[in-house]
Write a protein that binds this ligand. Structure first.
Ligand code: T4K
Length: 412
């Protein structure tokens, strides 16, 4: 065994890590700042319903992103739902399938049919040419996703949408703090929805926001998130409860202060992976020749099965056996999940680049989850797996045979 290699748990030995390492482990910002806000909140007895921390967070996020209005809500899915409802969208909306299922579910929940368009094979974002071909008289908007923090080709999407007089909106769940074409994500299109879920680079435990330059739209979303109330005792429309509680806003304010530290931790962990994975055949770290600011939150591998000697899913088993809980974000593509799969079982044929990307991507634990030493150890596991691919395949074959035998016995 080469010096750089480690024993693989799958082949022998014990897991490299005694505790699981998760992809989405949240960062915790300035603890004292958060706790002192919570103390004040408890003293004030103001816990929710557009309280002072929510107002302050909205103002700070709007300033940070360079947008006029920010409306904080309870999660990113609600942000998307309220946004499409406030804009009066209907019919169909063009979306990528290579995204988290919430992008499409938010539309469906509002009675809108998502139409899945293929992605660009380099950026993994909506391919503008595909979108252009998919626009019909039923199309009410294009919903781009800045996947893994990489901004969409906003110029092209907005140019395509203009003659059809349909808006472009964005799911910016992954792209807090990122820039494209010299502008912060959040400033593009008619509006953007953010997720501030704990697994995100900037989080409020649970939370989200819609940001926009449009005063009327922001006002309508404020009403929708609070049961449709315009004033005390005056409900002007159907609404829901999508409010962000004060404790979440307090976390957001503290995390916003710590955001530059989060990004630098993420970046330094990313650089460890970048250095250590250079020589591993069949594994390519997505470094994205992306200009501008990045949040370095996602560490993504592309697995080249023939070159590595094992499939992405076999490599996943190797990592899980070591307690490295890598994730297949976003396999198999939303089109292959219900209810979309039943509606259009052949959608994958029209989405070859989505299917391809979803089959080879692997997300590794990033800055919030691992130390430099742990990231280096993960790289050693990957290097060893590549070196001993044949043995790994053999062990997995045996395991699979055993599993089937047990199943047959149980069924019998
Ligand atoms: N649009 C896009 C493009 C999105 O990616 C998302 C959400 C949304 C919209 C909707 O936003 P939200 O409504 O969620 O605000 C997670 C998150 O739940 C989800 O927010 C996120 N995207 C998605 C990419 O990932 P799961 O089911 O993969 O997460 P889960 O629970 O397995 O968490 C990942 C790992 O992180 C866990 O195994 C353990 C660790 N973890 C997680 C949490 C929540 C912790 O260590 N501590 C924690 O508190 O969906």
């Amino acid at each position: 065994m080469k010096k750089s290699q480690v024993l693989l748990n799958l082949l022998s030995g014990k897991p490299a890590f005694p505790e699981p390492l998760h992809v989405g482990r949240p960062m915790v910002g300035h603890r004292e700042a958060f706790l002192s806000r919570v103390e004040k909140m408890l003293d004030s007895h103001r816990f929710t319903n557009d309280g002072p921390y929510v107002k302050e967070l909205e103002q700070r996020v709007a300033e940070f992103l360079g947008v006029r209005y920010c409306v904080a809500v309870c999660n990113g899915t609600a942000a998307l739902r309220l946004l499409v409802r406030a804009m009066g969208l209907g019919g169909v909306v063009i979306v990528p399938s290579f995204t988290f299922v919430a992008t499409a579910h938010a539309l469906s929940w509002e009675g809108i049919s998502p139409v899945f368009c293929d992605i660009d094979s380099t950026t993994w974002n909506l391919d503008p040419a595909e979108c252009e071909g998919a626009i019909t008289p039923e199309t009410s908007a294009i919903l781009g996703v800045h996947l893994f923090g990489r901004p969409c080709d906003t110029d092209a999407l907005e140019r395509i949408a203009r003659p059809h007089r349909i808006p472009v909106i964005y799911d910016a769940a992954h792209a807090f703090g990122c820039t494209g074409a010299g502008r912060k994500v959040g400033t593009f299109g008619a509006a953007s929805a953010f997720s501030f879920h704990s697994t995100k680079v900037f989080h409020t435990f649970e939370g989200g926001a819609v940001v926009t330059h449009d005063e009327g739209l922001a006002l309508e979303i404020r009403r929708l998130r609070n049961f449709g109330f315009r004033e005390f005792d005056d409900v002007g429309s159907l609404g829901t409860n999508a409010k962000m509680p004060e404790v979440c806003a307090a976390m957001g304010l503290s995390n916003l202060e710590s955001y530059p530290d989060f990004v630098s931790v993420n970046r330094s962990i990313f650089e460890v992976y970048e250095t250590c994975l250079q020589q591993v055949p069949g594994l390519r770290l997505r470094t994205d020749a992306q200009e501008g600011e990045r949040n370095w939150h996602y560490v993504l591998l592309e697995v080249d099965e023939p070159e590595l000697g094992m499939s992405r899913d076999q490599l996943l088993k190797v990592l899980h056996a070591e307690n490295v809980l890598a994730r297949r974000y976003f396999y198999p593509g939303v089109h292959a999940m219900e209810p979309y799969r039943t509606r259009d079982p052949d959608a994958g044929i029209r989405l070859p680049r989505t299917v391809h990307a979803a089959a080879k991507v692997l997300a590794l634990p990033g800055g919030g989850a691992v130390t430099h030493a742990q990231a280096r150890k993960i790289c050693s596991i990957l290097a060893t797996a590549a070196h001993r691919a044949e043995e790994v395949r053999a062990v997995l074959r045996f395991e699979e045979r055993d599993r089937r035998a047990v199943e047959t016995e149980t069924d019998g």
